[in-house]
Design a protein around this ligand. Structure first.
Ligand code: C2E
Ligand code: CA
Ligand code: CA
Ligand code: CA
Length: 277
């Protein structure tokens, strides 16, 4: 059953070995996914581990394929980008994540923030800023509660247009974080020019930060860089207490990862973390 498949991702691992065939099948199914209500948003807490409080959540998209079970966003987001489906899907994520945040605000957690991933294709849309502004106005959500996550590669692709859009988002009051920081192929120069609020250290560096000197050095460097540029820094993929201690000792206090919680459904997050005061 769907329930049982849980977080095990199935990706047509049957006889079909042809990647193109898989893509075509997924593509056709993805067209119907939004209308058929097969898409769902899971939420992962972002914790300030100094005060041990949840300060925000990241919205992570899930697709319950009718026969294949859960399909990982790693597989279907690229297809959504190629087909342009990422535009309606991305808008759906923004609207529903913001609506959910408002529900949590109403429960009394009025300073909770919502992080939403934007793909490059979405960012390139002409009406991106007015679309976001429209959603915030319609839902009456103050912009500072919405945090947009963009990867470095998306940002440096077309610096002129990107700069203009980021400035517009900044003027609107939305916060911007650089996702997967350190994994791109860009120079660091853009950091001082772009209106960025936070860096997210990629989980590949955190994974064995305690055992691997190189990963520890990279993580230290990113934390110091963020502190010197007066940017917030978030560590993703924190799975162990040792990783948590390492990060705390470097004054990186905002964390996300399985150590605290996997991405879960909204109702589960409410019950587990937001109903008990
Ligand atoms: P991301 O934005 O870097 O998200 C973090 C990924 O790490 C998530 O995978 C999350 O489930 C996983 N993760 C969190 N904590 C841990 C941990 O402690 N250990 C490990 N091993 N993994 C952890 P997920 O949900 O499969 O998403 C994969 C990627 O798909 C995301 O990477 C993001 O790039 C993309 N994605 C997800 N939802 C959306 C969306 O709504 N829009 C767009 N454009 N992209 C999305
Ligand atoms: Ca399968
Ligand atoms: Ca992200
Ligand atoms: Ca990442």
């Amino acid at each position: 059953s769907k329930e049982k498949s849980g977080t095990h991702y199935h990706f047509f691992e049957t006889e079909m070995s042809d990647r193109n065939m898989e893509s075509i099948l997924l593509e056709n199914a993805l067209y119907k996914a939004l209308d058929n209500e097969e898409l769902e948003i899971y939420y992962q807490p972002q914790i300030d581990s100094r005060s041990n409080t949840m300060i925000g959540v990241e919205a992570l998209l899930r697709w319950n394929h009718p026969t294949e079970g859960m399909v990982s966003p790693v597989h279907f987001i690229p297809i959504a980008e190629e087909t342009g489906l990422i535009i309606p899907i991305g808008r759906w994520v923004l609207i529903n994540a913001c609506k959910q945040l408002i529900e949590w605000h109403k429960l009394g957690h009025s300073s909770l923030c919502m992080s939403v991933n934007l793909s490059g294709r979405q960012f390139e849309e002409d009406n991106l800023v007015s679309m976001i502004e429209g959603i915030l106005q319609e839902l009456k959500l103050a912009p500072e509660f919405l945090h947009i996550e963009l990867t470095e590669n998306q940002i440096v692709k077309n610096t002129k247009v990107t700069m203009r859009k980021m400035k517009q988002l900044k003027e609107l009051g939305v916060k911007i974080a650089i996702d997967d920081f350190g994994t791109g192929y860009s120079s660091l120069g853009y950091l001082k020019n772009f209106p960025i609020d936070a860096l997210k250290i990629d989980k590949s560096f955190i994974q064995d930060v305690v055992e691997d000197n190189d990963n520890a050095a990279i993580t230290n460097t990113i934390i110091t860089l963020a502190q010197n540029l007066k940017l917030n820094v978030i560590a993703e993929g924190v799975e162990t207490e040792e990783q948590l201690e390492f990060l705390l000792s470097r004054n990186c206090t905002i964390m996300q990862g399985f150590f605290f919680s996997r991405p879960i459904k909204a109702e589960e997050l409410t019950k587990k973390y937001l109903l008990k005061f």
